[in-house]
Write a protein that binds this ligand. Structure first.
Ligand code: NAG
Ligand code: NAG
Ligand code: NAG
Ligand code: NAG
Ligand code: NAG
Length: 348
């Protein structure tokens, strides 16, 4: 029921609308005409109507979602779409609210006032934030290692702005690349960051869209361990020096042997001639250690006899072809001819 107290303001509005010339003035205002909000938030449009109206309708993305009559108490409208009079009793101003917006509501929002006032259209854009993940998680690297980090964002709308931070400081954009692909109503993006591992670093990938107050992020710890000593150089040095040392040793050895052989020959002959000269008087000769070992080495194989535990070598009796010095052994006795025979053998 409309009492007289409500009729008079309406008449006043009618007077303003039509004016003295009787031409209809601008009737309906919508604010804002372009709204960008984050998914899950509430968005509000304010419709200001000049003059009396009978029915107000709201269409969201082509669907009629709310019908308002000026006489109804709309402040308690249930559901995701609601409206209230800006101030009670003033039907000239209506706040239309969409609660918990989703991508389904993005598009035109149309307020229509039945009658001659017409309609007004606003645009609603919904932004969406999805997931952010640095692939691989915590990682350990060797100092100076070339690192590549991959950050994947999924289900964002529109394409998010991706930045990187190391130890809380933003990374220069020349160190990373980002590519985005459309995934249905949203976008998936991949950002690749590259740098050299120098010390322990907290690596963070941040993704944001305009309507987010705080960027979404993913964080990992890069642990840098010291580089193991480069053994290859040391190895090369050791190997080459070892090789040289070995070569020197070999040459020295060969030279030594050669010299010894050269020395041995005349000595041996001298010794033998000496022995032969002294043969008549002395049957037993003391052989110097040097010559003994050489002689023994050669003679043992041909059955030479050695007195146990002494450095005295019993020389065979030269005068008798059948030596008796080796009677304590069963090995055949050796005469001087044996010596000679051996000498020939060693020369060859
Ligand atoms: C209108 O809504 C207000 C608050 O929501 C309530 O106090 C009032 O009783 C309602 N009036 C009618 C007529 O439903
Ligand atoms: C918003 O809507 C989503 C589904 O679209 C629902 O899961 C969520 O619980 C709603 N949030 C609130 C606060 O109503
Ligand atoms: C990564 O490393 C940090 C610090 O060492 C640790 O607090 C965190 O739990 C680790 N995260 C995972 C997923 O292992
Ligand atoms: C980014 O992409 C450009 C061209 O593909 C390439 O030259 C550059 O090296 C890339 N930078 C990084 C950090 O991957
Ligand atoms: C986008 O990412 C989601 C989650 O990782 C995945 O399931 C989907 O296949 C991706 N879509 C495209 C087009 O890459």
């Amino acid at each position: 029921m409309t009492g007289p107290s409500k009729v008079w303001p309406h008449l006043f509005w009618i007077y303003l609308l039509v004016g003295p010339t009787g031409v209809l003035l601008q009737q309906i205002q919508l604010e804002p005409l372009d709204a960008t909000v984050h998914r899950g938030s509430d968005v509000q449009f304010k419709a200001t109507v000049v003059g009396l109206w009978e029915v107000m309708t709201w269409h969201v993305r082509g669907l009629l979602v709310l019908t308002i009559l000026p006489n109804t108490n709309i402040s308690s409208s249930p559901g995701r779409f609601s409206a209230t009079f800006c101030s009670s009793g003033d039907t000239g101003c209506v706040d239309f609210i969409i609660h918990n917006v989703t991508q389904k509501e993005s598009g035109p929002v149309i307020c229509t006032v039945q009658g001659e006032q017409g309609s007004k259209t606003a645009q609603l854009n919904i932004q969406e934030s999805g997931t952010v993940t640095i692939v691989g998680g915590n990682i350990t690297a060797v100092q100076d290692q070339h690192m590549t980090f991959q950050c994947i964002t999924a289900a964002w709308f529109p394409e998010p702005t991706i930045t990187w931070a190391t130890n809380g400081r933003l990374v220069d954009s020349s160190l990373y690349n980002t590519t985005s692909t459309e995934a249905g109503d949203a976008y998936n993006s991949t950002s690749v960051l590259q740098f050299q591992a120098l010390s322990d670093t907290v690596v963070e990938c941040l993704a944001t869209v305009q309507t987010l107050t705080e960027p979404r992020s993913s964080l990992i710890h890069l642990v840098v361990v010291p580089k193991p000593p480069d053994w290859t150089v040391l190895k090369a040095v050791v190997v080459s020096f070892g090789g040289i040392a070995l070569l020197v040793l070999l040459i020295a050895g060969i030279t030594f042997c050669y010299k010894r052989r050269k020395e041995k020959k005349p000595n041996y002959q001298q010794e033998m001639s000496r022995r032969v000269k002294t043969q008549g008087q002395v049957n037993t000769v003391y052989v110097s250690d040097n010559h003994k070992s050489a002689a023994l080495g050669a003679l043992n194989s041909s059955g030479f006899c050695q007195a146990k535990g002494t450095s005295v070598v019993e020389m065979p009796h030269v005068k008798n072809d059948q030596a008796e010095g080796c009677s304590n052994r069963s090995s055949p006795s050796v005469d001087l001819s044996g010596f000679r025979k051996h000498r020939h053998a060693t020369i060859v």
